[in-house]
Design a protein around this ligand. Sequence first.
Ligand code: HEM
Length: 401
Amino acid sequence: MTDAMFSPAYLRDPHPALRALREDGPVHRVVLPNKLPAWVVVDHEAAKAVLADERVAKDYHRLGEIMSAKLEAAGGDPRLSALYRGNMLVMDPPDHTRLRKLLAKDFTSRRVEQLRPRVERLTADLLDAMPAHDEVDLVEHFAFPLPMTVICELLGVPEGGHARMRTWSQHLMGEAKPGDALTASEEITAYLTALIAEKRANPGDDLLSALTRASDDGDRLTEAELVGTCLLLVVAGHETTVGLIGSAAEWLVRDERTRARLVGDPALIPRAVDELLRLTSPVSLTTPRFTEAPVRVGGTTIPEGEVVLVSLPAANRDPARFDAPDTFDADRANSHLAFGHGVHFCIGAPLARLEGEIALRHLLARFPRYARAVPADDLRPRRSLTVTGWRSLPVVLDPAR
Ligand code: HEM
């Protein structure tokens, strides 16, 4: 049954396979396509328990050893990309706490809120630049450039670097040939190291300059941690939000009633964004964790030294937690796990919500009747196991009546 979890059909729509898996129990042993044996948690309660359990850890030194050994034993490639070192997503407290606090000091809700006018402008400009009556790819020209430009501007990455960030990031997410992730790791690390040196020489009012000051101020952030933080922000700051905007736009093509409701009452859009996060889960598997001791969860004991992942789409449609889990309901009390749970809960959630809300509000106000330009079966999903969404979404924004 777990084979079905990573089939091409799963990439298009993971829910039939996940439903079957969940009906069979909350915790399963799987082998990932890169040959890594792991345990996957598929129900909401067990997912929350695992994500909050201190014995299910992340420290990248130990995680790297465990994953590389398992990959080697299974005949896979044991080398891990730069995403597996020097950033808070692969650290445990107290190092995690130190890095997260430093970032939170500069990446405040005030800084995010200050971005609002710029995000509104950028969104309007992107929609202006697209042809209204001809076919256009909503991922390529809208869902992707919006978050990519926002995160690059926030960090202070010059415009010339944006396109390269995209390629490196896609390679790091495992969407290219195996081995490309390692080349991308080296290239993006070199690029960010040079950029940091430049910010030291000529600081601006961007986040990277602020973080550089934090690293110079009393040895609280090493150079490797600074580069790691930056790399994490670039990748996490756009890949996921591209998925959200593309999947939300596609959902509203199929769900005419919801679209009409949102067009008629835009004040509902912020709540709708959270419901669409629940339904589309842009992150499909959390980053890997490992058990520091045997951990009993969902009636299963996972032995020590095992890799554990949580399927967020499965948890987010668990019927034990959500009534009519496959149906849009903006009024439900939403306790989705799309941004994770516990100490690694997404630090970018306010920015992601802001971008999702503005993108949908402008799209629906300007082009309330946008239509898919190809049959649903012709849409191509992303080939990543970590992030979901469409590689392209051909639409006609303003179809003739
Ligand atoms: C962590 C989802 C947008 C930065 C996470 C995690 C999830 C997630 C599930 C936890 C992963 C785990 O525990 O293994 C999302 C979704 C987004 C989004 C669905 C958009 C719809 C963003 C944005 C940024 C960002 C816009 C930055 C600007 C981060 C960072 C972490 C993180 C730095 C690591 C936090 C930590 O380890 O303490 N995100 N994210 N994310 N996210 Fe996001």
